[in-house]
Design a protein around this ligand. Structure first.
Ligand code: PMP
Length: 413
């Protein structure tokens, strides 16, 4: 008699014979998305390149960005004045890395000592989270403390108890909207509690990485409460650094990044930046501003992205539901925006499934990658990134993933 396991094994061998080569790993925009911004390349020309105020962007200067780019990111990052914004280069990850580096070498505004001179520096890492945040911590020898993520954001009971008790905890990473990889948006209550919690360290900072602020998949986007306003109201205006970029809006490798925060924090930042650069790439800023025109232009542009990537998310969800729905083998998120779907298997299954899928030519983000030290304590989370492959590739890859989930679970029985 043929058992279910025999059938799954036979399907596995059939899939193997197909010699697939599919990749669901990194959250990169697909080529059609990049094409949406091609016109931008023609907007700065040899005889037309000046800023909106008529300045010459070819030369040095303009340390924290051209005025129209600052106004644009003021709206984007939802702060109240241009003085609360600093424009960076092409990558917000660089801004995050450099902010941590400066904190380590010099301390942040109000630090008694550079963080690097302390015996220990720790960060809270709500997980599953963004692997590159965790890599920055590892790179600087910052100890990571994993806390859970609930449906409304980081588990605040855990966060509040930790930061209250330990003055070596200097920071927390938060991707507040359509998070990488859960797709969840932090609730108003969590924003309020993060702004108001008592921290033993007087120079504690929230690293608020709003990478997916405008990346809605549906007409009605998630609402996110304003963290800087909440911090100001709590008398903690310096508590937060807010990051963002146009990487997943125009070109992933040639976008414009920005950081925002209290005037005091931005003064601190400009003071450090002046040692690092005589000014950013202002021609790219001009190009971006001519392309978007204003923040409304960006919103319209994001609808074109959604039209391309929503069917890709739907393809993942459709196969998951069809193949695994109601079987008790997995849960997955159905995000309203962002770049990822998070697949949670039963405990101890993620590594096995990633290895099996790899055998069939489907590359998945390494199991554990979404946790500090690449250690998923339950070995259950897999991050799915549907934006880059085609819909056909996604369907095929997801059928393979579902087969591997079933096979991993059955071989255990
Ligand atoms: N933050 C998050 C949460 C991301 O997912 C990514 C891209 N994968 C980045 C930052 C990188 O942004 P940038 O290209 O601006 O460095």
């Amino acid at each position: 008699m043929t058992t279910q396991l025999d059938t799954l094994k036979a399907r596995f061998e059939e899939a193997k014979a197909e010699n697939l080569d599919l990749d669901m790993r990194r959250g990169k925009p697909g080529p059609e998305q990049l094409d949406l911004s091609l016109a931008m390349l023609d907007l700065v020309t040899a005889d037309d390149y000046r800023t909106a105020t008529g300045d010459d962007p070819r030369n040095y200067g303009g340390l924290d960005g051209i005025p129209e780019m600052k106004s644009f990111f003021k709206e984007f990052l939802e702060v109240s004045s241009e003085a609360e914004v600093v424009i960076g280069g092409n990558s917000s990850l660089t801004l995050m890395h450099d902010t941590v580096a400066r904190a380590m070498s010099h301390g942040v505004a109000g630090s008694e000592k550079p963080w690097g001179k302390l015996d220990k520096v720790k960060f809270i890492c709500p997980s599953p989270g963004y692997d590159r945040h965790f890599a920055i911590c590892e790179h600087f020898g910052i100890e990571m403390i994993t806390v859970d993520i609930d449906a409304d954001g980081p588990n605040m009971e855990q966060v509040e108890a930790l930061v209250k008790a330990d003055d070596s905890i200097k920071g927390i990473w938060v991707v507040p909207k359509y998070a990488n990889p859960t797709g969840l948006t932090v609730s108003e209550e969590v924003v309020y509690r993060l702004a108001n919690m008592t921290t033993a360290a007087n120079d504690f900072r929230i690293f608020w990485d709003n990478a997916y602020a405008v990346h809605h998949l549906n007409e009605e986007g998630d609402a996110l409460a304003n963290i800087l306003e909440a911090c100001k109201a709590a008398n903690q205006a310096d508590r937060v650094f807010i990051f963002g970029s146009t990487s997943k809006i125009t070109f992933a490798g040639s976008g414009v990044s920005a950081v925002a925060g209290s005037e005091n924090n931005m003064e601190w930042l400009r003071g450090h930046l002046a040692f690092q650069t005589i000014g950013p790439d202002k021609l790219n800023q001009v190009r971006h501003m001519r392309f978007f025109k204003d923040f409304n232009g960006l919103k319209e542009h994001m609808k074109k992205h959604a039209a391309i990537i929503k069917p890709k998310f739907d393809a993942v969800l459709e196969v998951l539901e069809r193949e695994l729905g109601g079987k008790g083998l997995a849960n997955w998120t159905n995000p309203n925006g962002g770049y990822f779907i998070s697949l949670d298997l039963n405990e101890g299954q993620a590594k096995k499934v990633v290895a099996l899928a790899n055998e069939l030519g489907v590359k998945l983000t390494g199991a554990g990658a979404t946790f500090p030290y690449k250690n998923d304590p339950k070995d259950s989370n897999i991050r799915l990134a549907p934006t880059y492959p085609s819909i056909e590739e996604i369907k095929k890859a997801m059928e393979v993933v579902c087969l591997c989930v079933e096979l991993a679970a059955s071989s255990e029985a």
